[in-house]
Design a protein around this ligand. Structure first.
Ligand code: MN
Length: 738
């Protein structure tokens, strides 16, 4: 079959499924979305050689299987168009053709094409944050994203080894936990098993084969237990369905790994699932099971009266069969079953104009918490940590003195409890009681305890040490919020002291102005406004000096070391300008005057399309910077004579590159080191008729390579198209503008 007919049959199959679903789909709109996406992806191929459109079609099919609506299916079909066909389509086109909702969904699924990321880590963080933000507005974004990731995982074989690992790791760390948190067990299990098979193929196969073998040996026993249970339930007139299943490879692998057990020591890898009509029948069935088999103590869990935070409800018990083989029994109603398989997607009902119900909003409060964490910390590790804690939490249930149940992640302290009740209670807390006894403030809570918080109106607020003790993201955020708001001046002093301590290690002398420049640059790089914000963030615990030490050293070396060695004037950008002058006349208007002799600053290499500012240097003429160039912003803030800054703009014609002048632009490319990489990059540039002025590559460990290319570039738009072309190369991981 040719790729085209493959894709063709894909869409026919999808339309067939939708027609037969009995749901009210707008088939015409879906067909239009398909045709538009197919047209845009025309000529693009997946690594496997298939036509690219086969991917969005497959994603749309998974989306349909979750029971989602017309707009979700359209968005799934269009989800890669804006990112991959940027020259031919933008979000406005999508909005124009398919409406606001589809546009917003596609936007949430489109990666950011910012050019300022310092590294891969920062970029994937920003993209994750963007997606979570979009998801907190419309949950369908994450449903579609999970389907997208699932299909990518199913077809990961085609990718090179290095990318496979990276994708599998990200899936394991981010997407499987998200699916879990949203209660989408079916997708979660498949993502986990697929990821594991790439991350530890040997371990995966071992467990897989062991399961097959053990299942073969015990098949008779399972069948017998099933028949017995079946007979008994029928006897009691219960209408039921009985499913026998082996637990997932990953869940058994994880148990072996976490509890350091051999396969033979894992006993509960069979589960029988009984699905009945009513909640009452669940408990009746449980009684029958416990009557037939001996139950294992401590293994009974009632998730019906106390649902998991991801809305999962079922009764679980582990019993021991007559042959001494233990097995788990899960009992639930059909409705609970549906929620267990599809999670929050099962709850999500499409009504026009209404995207999510209050109930779902409340279930998703943790998303808002996570987004908030990221805004406050700027630390990717902490964000992922919070994601894991909030998602993988095993819960501890405690009571308020009034008897209300509060669920907190295991390991939570009474401080977490206080902040869970209300931020004011946390902020005014001076101590606490458990079951009537006064306990230390960092005491970890146990199931069933009654917790009472002692507050005082004269409390001076939380302590910074609490940040090290608390377990929940919510408490951390609220404590940080307090320090951020109440103690800015104090935070700045704390932050400054910590930075100074770090700088002292360098053993290099520097001026106050250099120090300011370094820290301002660092602040910008971290997405903060100015130096004081950097101090403040360190002060309230949003960033640790240890975490930013590498970047600090980086900025320090850029500003301080070269100047000392060469004993040149302190303005580095001027030095570089003097060394390599380049003076395209007549393209920039400075202070209203055309035809000025200007130099383009090397530190930011402005391109037509960038907003500009002019700076009158001492002895080197007028230098033109990007308006947002950190060097210039630092100069403005540090009290430089304001008359030296002049308004500047591109002359008409120059801004769109009509006068055909070429500028220099620097690109930093991070890529997987392969033999064909350089050839692919250079031939892609040749194909676009872009000249390479300079090229440098540096091998990093772990098979990565950093390439710095200086290219001839007409304007900003041209640069964007070059960047997106570079990004489309298979082994390229990241591209940023230098
Ligand atoms: Mn995709």
């Amino acid at each position: 079959m040719t790729p085209e007919t493959n894709a063709q049959s894909g869409i026919e199959k999808l339309m067939f499924i939708l027609e037969k679903s009995g749901k009210n789909y707008d088939l015409e709109k879906i067909q239009q979305a398909y045709e538009y996406a197919a047209e845009l992806h025309e000529g693009q191929f997946r690594v496997s050689g298939e036509a690219y459109i086969s991917h969005p079609v497959a994603v749309a099919e998974i989306v349909a299987s979750l029971g989602l609506d017309t707009d979700s299916i359209c968005a799934a079909l269009l989800h890669d168009t804006v990112e991959d066909c940027a020259e031919r389509v933008n979000l406005d086109d999508i909005k124009h053709r398919f409406g606001d909702t589809v546009m917003l969904l596609v936007d949430g699924l489109t990666k950011l094409v910012h050019l300022h990321y310092a590294d891969k880590e920062e970029e994937s963080m920003e993209n994750l944050r963007k997606m979570l933000l979009a998801m907190s507005k419309d949950i369908r974004v994450i449903f579609i994203k999970l389907c997208d990731r699932l299909h990518n995982m199913r077809t990961l074989d085609a990718k090179p080894e290095n990318k496979r690992r990276m994708t599998a790791l990200e899936t394991m760390n981010v997407y499987a936990p998200l699916a879990h948190r949203l209660g989408m067990q079916r997708i979660k299990h498949e993502l986990e098993n697929l990821s594991l098979s790439y991350l530890d193929p040997i371990g995966y196969n071992e467990v897989y084969n062991d399961i097959e073998k053990k299942f073969g040996i015990n098949r008779n026993f399972i069948e017998k237990a099933r028949a017995q249970i079946s007979d008994k339930l029928t006897e009691y007139n219960i209408h039921f369905q009985l499913e026998g299943r082996v637990k997932s490879v990953y869940s058994i692998y994880r148990k072996m790994y976490n509890q350091n057990k051999s396969f033979d020591e894992i006993y509960d890898f069979y589960a029988l699932r009984i699905i009945v009509d009513t909640e009452l029948e669940c408990y009746t069935a449980l009684g029958i099971i416990h009557d037939m088999f001996r139950s294992m103590p401590g293994r009974f869990k009632d998730y019906i009266s106390m649902p998991k935070p991801n809305m999962y409800r079922s009764l679980h018990t582990t019993v021991i069969g007559r042959d001494g083989i233990p097995f788990e029994v899960q009992i639930r109603t059909w409705e609970m079953h549906h929620v267990a398989e599809y999670g929050i997607a099962a709850h999500w009902k499409y009504k026009s104009g209404e995207t999510s119900s209050a109930d779902i909003d409340q279930k998703l409060a943790w998303v808002a918490n996570l987004v908030e964490t990221e805004q406050d910390t700027r630390d990717p590790d902490e964000f992922l940590g919070a994601l894991k804690i909030d998602i993988f939490q095993d819960e501890t249930y405690v009571f308020t003195p009034k008897g209300d149940v509060i669920a907190l992640p295991q390991g939570s302290t009474i401080i977490d409890f206080a902040y869970n009740i209300h931020s004011e209670i946390g902020n005014k807390m001076i101590g606490g009681k458990i079951n009537g006894m006064i306990v230390p403030i960092d005491r970890v809570l146990q199931n069933g305890e009654i917790v009472e918080i002692i507050t005082s109106g004269t409390s001076r607020g939380p302590s910074r040490d609490w940040l090290k003790v608390v377990r929940t993201t919510e408490a951390k955020n609220k404590i940080r919020q307090w320090f951020k708001k109440e103690k800015r001046a104090e935070n700045i002093v704390v932050g400054k002291t910590e930075i100074d301590r770090e700088l002292r290690h360098y053993g290099v002398s520097f001026t106050e102005a250099q120090r300011t420049e370094v820290l301002e640059n660092l602040a910008h790089r971290l997405g903060l406004h100015e130096m004081d914000d950097l101090y403040n963030t360190i002060g309230y615990g949003g960033l640790s000096v240890a975490k930013i030490a590498g970047k600090l050293r980086d900025e320090f070396d850029r500003v301080v070391v070269p100047v000392q060695e060469a004993e040149l004037p302190t303005d580095v950008s001027q030095v570089q300008l003097a060394a390599k002058p380049k003076t395209p006349h007549g393209s920039v208007i400075v202070d209203g005057l055309d035809g000025c002799s200007v130099k383009f600053a090397k530190c930011c290499s402005p391109l037509p399309g960038d907003k500009l500012i002019a700076f009158v240097t001492k002895g080197f003429g007028i230098s033109i910077h990007k308006a947002d160039c950190p060097n210039i912003q630092q100069k403005q803030l540090s009290g430089e004579d304001p008359t030296r800054f002049k308004a500047a703009e591109w002359a008409e014609g120059a801004a769109n590159g009509a006068n055909n002048r070429t500028f220099e632009a620097v690109l930093h490319i991070t890529a997987v080191d392969t033999f064909t990489l350089i050839a692919e990059i250079t031939s892609a540039l040749a194909e676009m008729r872009v000249s390479i002025l300079q090229m440098n590559s540096q091998k990093k460990n772990e098979g990565e390579v950093n390439i710095t290319i200086t290219v001839g570039c007409k304007n900003l738009e041209h640069l964007y198209s070059i960047v997106s072309k570079m990004r489309s190369i298979r082994d390229v991981v990241n591209v940023i503008r230098g």
